[in-house]
Design a protein. Sequence first.
Length: 185
Amino acid sequence: MIFEEKTMKSEKIYEGKILTLRVDTVELPDKKYSKREIVEHPGGVAIVPITNENEIVFVKQFRKATETVLLEIPAGKLEINEHPLDCAIRELKEETGLEAKKIEHIIDYFSSPGFTNEKIHIFIATEVIFGEATPEEDEYMDVVKVDINEAMDMINNGTIIDGKTIIGIFMAYESMKKNSRSEIE
């Protein structure tokens, strides 16, 4: 049996540049009440750019929320009414300088549905052409290339710990195996 919660009241607590925080009062199936803290987010995209040499192009950047430098696939927030594919093309160019002759949507997922409605759309970009990155003025990152097999090892040894990056690498790896690209174990 599926149990749903009925929203009785919703109160906006904070509205910022990238997210909104609200607190909902919900009625539970047993007619009791509870509070739910919800982070509203417009969603985002992440792109797994793969070179002809089976290397994934990553960005390496400091993330304040985790107080660490992370190796991630390029990603970004959807603008109002922006189509995920358009966002993927824009973010790939901004963060890495890459343009891709082929971009394929591979999966959508909710990042953490226990408290946020953020949905991430992941794409694979192939036949990439290198150019100059144009990150936003508050973005500081390095572009790093890693062989896809090494990237899989980096997940297993705990070097890559970002969720969207792990999902993207796994999906790209499986896609490449199906398409019989050389040098994939």
